[in-house]
Design a binder for this molecule. Structure first.
Ligand code: APR
Ligand code: PHB
Length: 389
């Protein structure tokens, strides 16, 4: 088989890239290790920056997003019995859209299928060949048979545990990592959200977050030790602990119910450089990970896709390699800013095991400054709604 761009990974990065390339008449094949249903079964955050919304519009897959997504003009922050709101619209003239990542992925798969674009599911043993030559190709197994795709370019959109990043020779890679000493225990429940906007809470018992997927599907998180196991937490224990971390007036109106999904996620910051080797380009989680505090995972994937798609379109339109040569540097410049915001916000909102009383005072002072300073609110809002591409 031959294609112009071989995309490894059928998550949001690979699907959005494939859809945007298709809209520019560029052929791409997506290789996905799992089934479509398995991919759609992943529960992930859905706070969309305006840049991602515009990309989805450009990809022709934003109809349901506009029909079912909810614009959020701000967020609530609570600490030490104090509550305040950061108004994104007032600070930046922009907002975010809450629409589950699962729904974004579903819309992208539906569009791909409707256009008759090729997606190979349940592939195994994907191997990248000749990425540093002008004739790269990918081999893989499907239905027990070895297959080969010859291509011009390879997009490594296969996530943190994929093969693409590791296909770049180790001596050429620079990796940066920070592992946080806690995790997030999350619950999905068919209950009405406790508030119209998200609530980020820094309580003496630890971080908590009240979020939602829609008017009847709520998503809640509490910070927990990494030694905890999800089976240690009954639904009742989760709800009781969440309430302890929220202001009484919020806890009192919390509607609880059985969890339809419950899991513990570790928190990590990670970046690999460069994001390009020859004709292999890394996109999304294959190149970087953020702690979920700033809701930047999906949005950083979209950021990469924006730069890569335009670079590839420029190459096929004009033969210019300027965009693909600049891809890694451009993508990383924005990624590091999102890493910084996610790291800073995580440090602001969580209680760390080794925190001294002075550290706690600094956190409270930082939160107080965010509450009182228009400049700090503006900086927070600019990062949260998304810095320009
Ligand atoms: N071959 C083919 N597919 C693979 C391979 C492989 N060797 N390894 C992984 N995959 C697939 C996974 O099954 C997954 O569907 O690649 C896809 C990668 O998708 P994600 O991990 O979701 O990464 P990405 O598309 O970059 O999206 C980033 O997802 O993890 C969240 O928080 C993250 O919201 C962010 C978004
Ligand atoms: C979520 O709804 O899952 C969510 C929202 C905001 C975050 C993290 C997760 O910062």
């Amino acid at each position: 088989m031959r294609t112009q761009v071989a995309i490894i990974g059928g998550g949001p990065s690979g699907l959005l890239l494939g859809q945007l390339l298709h809209r520019r008449g560029i052929d791409a094949v997506v290789l996905e290790r799992k089934t479509r249903d398995y991919v759609l079964g992943r529960i992930r955050a859905g706070v969309l920056e305006q840049g991602l919304v515009k990309l989805l519009e450009e990809a022709g897959v934003a109809d349901r997003l506009h029909a079912e997504g909810h614009e959020h003009d701000g967020t609530l922050v609570v600490y030490n019995g104090t509550s305040f709101r950061v108004d994104f619209r007032e600070q930046t003239g922009s907002a975010v859209v809450v629409y589950g990542q699962t729904e974004v992925t579903r819309d992208l798969y539906d569009a791909r299928q409707a256009a008759g674009l090729r997606t190979e599911f349940e592939v195994e043993d994907v191997v990248i060949h000749g990425a540093d030559t002008a004739a790269p190709y990918v081999t893989y197994i499907r239905d027990g048979a070895e297959r080969r795709i010859d291509c011009d370019f390879i997009a490594g959109c296969d996530g943190f545990h994929g093969v693409s990043r590791k296909s770049i020779p180790e001596h050429l890679r620079r990796e940066y990592e920070k592992v946080y000493p806690f995790g997030w225990l999350g619950i999905l429940s068919e209950t009405p959200p406790v508030a119209d906007e998200l609530i980020y809470a820094n309580s003496e018992r630890g971080f908590a977050l009240c979020s939602m997927r829609n008017d009847h599907l709520s998503r809640y998180y509490i910070q927990c030790p990494m030694t905890d196991r999800v089976e240690d937490w009954s639904d009742e224990a989760f709800w009781a602990e969440l309430k302890r971390r929220l202001p009484p007036e919020v806890a009192d109106r919390l509607v609880t119910g059985p969890s339809i999904e419950k899991s513990i996620a570790p928190l990590r910051s990670f970046v690999t450089e460069p994001m390009r080797w020859g004709r292999l380009f890394l996109c999304g989680d294959a190149a970087h990970i953020v702690p979920p505090t700033g809701a930047k995972g999906l949005n950083t994937a979209a950021s990469d896709v924006n730069y890569l798609y335009r670079a590839l379109a420029e190459y096929y339109d004009s033969g210019s390699e300027a965009g693909i040569d600049a891809y890694s540097e451009r993508a990383l410049a924005r990624i590091w800013k999102a890493e910084r915001f996610s790291w800073w916000f995580s440090g602001l909102m969580h209680r760390f095991p080794d925190q001294s009383p002075f550290d706690v005072k600094m956190q409270a002072a930082d939160l107080g400054f965010l509450k009182d300073s228009e400049a700090q609110k503006r900086a927070f809002a600019e990062n949260y709604v998304g810095l320009p591409y």
